[in-house]
Design a protein around this ligand. Structure first.
Ligand code: 5GP
Length: 224
């Protein structure tokens, strides 16, 4: 099972039109300073990245960064575990105040990573996982080039659509919008050069193990 394709580091090539406030420091992934490693996991809706993220969290003792969002809470969401659900004006206030490490508008809603808890966990030497979209990943990489970024691919477009429908989380209309966006997101992820590894989630039980293996190997490599 050779699912991981490790890319060369190359240019970031991102338009930072929706950049949140800057101010990161280019940390060294824990090699010299004892800071923790920042991990990014991205992939289209329905690809299985949340299950993968939770497995990595458990296997590596990593900490999940809980994002803020203005999207509506679904029956599957738990406040404070999956997201902090807030109104748009509160979100924009946090964005303007530079309280977000990155943020992006996805499917007409805002999503963003609160900066302070991430900084705190990294300073404590913890591995921190951001489950964010390509736009947000580009912003993070611009400020913290040593973040390790993984993109999860579906085995096929048909399978992605089947998985999106089987979640029974959204209306048909929302599902089709998410599906349409996912194709563009995959194309952008492949061309933008910010992802270190692409994993194809064919069999979920195997992909979770592979994701933990690849990330663990990277953390060990950085710790020398
Ligand atoms: P969902 O509504 O399915 O939970 O998330 C929709 C998309 O937003 C997913 O691609 C997810 O990874 C992304 N996302 C979730 N939190 C954040 C965040 O804090 N920042 C960014 N940029 N994207 C996020």
């Amino acid at each position: 099972m050779d699912q991981a394709v490790v890319q060369d580091e190359n240019e970031q090539g991102q338009d930072a039109s929706q950049m949140c406030d800057e101010g990161q420091d280019g940390s060294d992934g824990g090699k010299k300073t004892g800071r923790g490693v920042l991990l990014i996991i991205s992939g289209p809706s329905g690809v299985g990245k949340t299950t993968i993220t939770h497995h990595v969290e458990k296997e590596l003792g990593a900490s999940f960064s809980v994002s803020m969002t203005t999207r509506e809470k679904t029956h599957a969401d738990v406040e404070g575990r999956d997201y902090y659900f807030i109104g748009e004006s509160a979100f924009l206030k946090a964005k303007e105040a530079g309280e977000l490490l990155e943020c992006a508008e996805v499917f007409g809603n805002w999503y963003g990573t609160p900066r302070e808890p991430v900084e705190k966990m990294l300073n404590e030497g913890k591995a921190v996982i951001l489950e964010i979209d390509v736009e947000g990943a580009a912003q993070v990489k611009e400020n913290m080039a040593d973040a390790f970024a993984v993109f999860v691919l579906p085995p096929s477009e048909e399978e992605l659509l089947r998985r999106l429908k089987s979640r029974q989380r959204e209306s048909e209309d929302v599902i089709m919008r998410r599906f349409a966006k996912s194709k563009a997101e995959i194309a952008r992820a492949k061309e933008c050069g910010i992802y270190d590894v692409f994993l194809t989630n064919d069999i979920l039980e195997e992909t979770v193990v592979e994701a933990a293996r690849v990330i663990k190997a990277e953390i060990q490599r950085r710790q020398g």
